[in-house]
Design a protein around this ligand. Structure first.
Ligand SMILES: Nc1ncnc2c1ncn2[C@@H]1O[C@H](COP(=O)(O)OP(=O)(O)O)[C@@H](O)[C@H]1O
Ligand SMILES: [Mg+2]
Length: 251
């Protein structure tokens, strides 16, 4: 999808700060994601990664200061459902599906929420999204709570892409997966991206981040301490000291 990429920023975060009382969870963060890009974000626990997704999507709160733009239009004063309908969707670190609904019903519910689709269109879109993530047909009628950890990741991503986002924000999707499953997740992320969806990936699993990301940004104490080509960023002295430590040698 080379033609889908260009230098025009699709998602722009400009000087975003988020405070919780005296705590500054995000400190003047700026970056931009291009159309069709996979943009990786890493940083120690508590460095503000999830808060960044919170303020971009408005779920559950907006930035204290700064701006978020989608294709040049400000979205930071919009309500969460307006932001998702504009094309920015996220996943959560914890399972967020309806446990007693089947996989198919979960994705259908997301289709109805996200798009202005008729019931028939939503059903069709749900099947298409489940095909895209390769969830086996016979598993689609199982309650979400009966699915395996990897199948729940497939469901999570299907529920997000069914709304046809322009940008998909994934918050630590590899959590709980085995090594072979992480490789499956990597394929899944590439498939999503191959549909022309820009992906912003927060991840602790550095080999996955390095494998799929075209750009890598590191947060520490709410601030951007490095941003650039992944292989350059992981060799940055400040990044090694703040976060990677001895792990860098094992990459
Ligand atoms: N709703 C909240 N109220 C108060 N403090 C919060 C809230 N959300 C996050 N924080 C704090 O902001 C900091 C960043 O948290 P978070 O974005 O979850 O980090 P990460 O995802 O990088 O582990 C932490 O110190 C956390 O305790
Ligand atoms: Mg987090």
């Amino acid at each position: 999808m080379l033609e889908a990429k260009n230098s025009e920023p699709l998602l722009e975060v400009r000087n975003v700060t988020r405070r919780f009382g005296a705590l500054i969870a995000l400190d003047n963060v700026s970056f931009s994601v291009r159309k069709g890009e996979i943009f990786g974000i890493a940083g120690p626990n508590g460095s503000g990664k999830s808060t960044l997704f919170n303020v971009i999507t408005g779920i559950p709160f907006p930035p204290s200061e700064g701006e978020v733009l989608l294709a040049g239009d400000p979205i930071h004063r919009m309500k969460p459902h307006q932001i998702s309908r504009a094309g920015v969707l996220r996943t959560f670190q914890k399972d967020a599906e309806f446990a007693t609904l089947s996989a198919g019903e979960n994705v259908y519910a997301s289709a109805v929420y996200c798009g202005q689709m008729t019931s028939a269109e939503a059903k069709h879109a749900a099947e298409q999204a489940l095909d895209d993530v390769s969830l086996a047909g016979e598993r689609r009628t199982k309650a979400a709570s009966d699915l395996s950890v990897f199948e729940r990741k497939q469901l999570m991503i299907a529920s997000a892409i069914v709304g046809r986002p322009k940008v998909l924000l994934l918050d630590e999707p590899a959590a709980g997966l085995t090594k072979p499953e992480i490789s499956g997740l990597s394929d899944l992320i590439r498939t999503v991206n191959g549909r022309g969806i820009a992906v912003v990936l927060i991840e602790h699993v550095l080999p996955l981040l390095l494998e799929v990301s075209e750009h890598l940004m590191i947060l520490n104490h709410g601030a951007v301490i490095a941003s650039g080509k992944p292989q350059d960023v992981v060799r940055n002295r400040e990044v090694i000291e703040a976060y990677l430590g001895k792990r860098e040698a094992r990459l």
